[in-house]
Design a protein around this ligand. Structure first.
Ligand code: ADP
Ligand code: MG
Length: 214
């Protein structure tokens, strides 16, 4: 495929969404190819329906493997309908969370096992791996503190109230993935101010793909 697939990963409150919002206009000005910003379920109706099932508070019987399979199913639909066509068209695709999130949250956080979750995701993606992953690293306490500060109590979601130990398992899984995939995953210290984190992300992309920049 002609395009480049970049994912942004990290625990809740790391600043993924904030950094992508800052990064997008900078990239749009400087890139020679079109930029697609996306996140799962990415406005794909089938993937959104699946996501509604996952998040529906009525589904208290949801088994954790069912949840992992549903995330993988939504991911596949988003990939097939949106990401792959953009990559075939030569676009740079910047995606807020991807397979690594499932490995960290379902695999380690919910203790299904990273390898098991990787297996169903390999099936869903047919082995398509991002060209580059920007991992925004933050300790659990700082991440959770940011989320609490940034939201009204009524907006805190199910994952936010998971225990601090859950979030620590998630972070450790991410750190391990970064260690195991040094060619793909670049770790960025997300404790820095948003502007610094944004600049680091920009520099990583520019250094890896200088030909994409004017
Ligand atoms: N580098 C940063 N320093 C301080 N606060 C930040 C930083 N990045 C994000 N925030 C704040 O933390 C909260 C969560 O950020 P967000 O971008 O939604 O994180 P994520 O998408 O990784 O969960 C928001 O209120 C945001 O303004
Ligand atoms: Mg976000």
């Amino acid at each position: 495929m002609k395009g480049i697939f970049i994912t942004v990963e990290g625990p809740d409150g790391a600043g993924k969404t904030s950094v992508i919002n800052e990064l997008a206009p900078l990239l749009k000005q400087q890139l020679t190819s079109p930029l697609l910003l996306t996140r799962e379920p990415g406005g794909i109706p089938i993937a959104e329906s699946i996501r509604r099932v996952i998040l529906d508070p009525k589904n208290i019987e949801m088994d954790e493997r069912t949840e992992a399979l549903l995330y993988a199913a939504a991911r596949r639909q988003h990939l097939v309908q949106k990401v792959i066509p953009a990559l075939e068209d030569g676009q740079l695709v910047l995606c807020d969370r991807f397979v690594d999130s499932s490995l960290a949250y379902q695999g380690a956080g919910r203790k299904i096992g990273v390898d098991q979750v990787a297996t169903i995701n390999d099936f869903a993606t047919e082995g398509l791996v991002p060209d580059l992953t920007l991992y925004l690293d933050i300790d659990s306490d700082t991440g959770l503190e940011r989320i609490k500060r940034g939201r009204h109590a009524s907006q805190i979601n199910r994952l936010d109230v998971e225990s601090s130990v859950f979030h620590q398992r998630v972070r450790h899984a991410y750190l391990r993935l970064a260690e195991e995939n040094p060619q793909r995953i670049v770790t960025i210290d997300a404790r820095n101010p948003i502007e610094t984190v944004t600049k680091s992300c920009y520099n990583v992309i520019q250094n890896k793909y200088p030909n994409l920049f004017i």
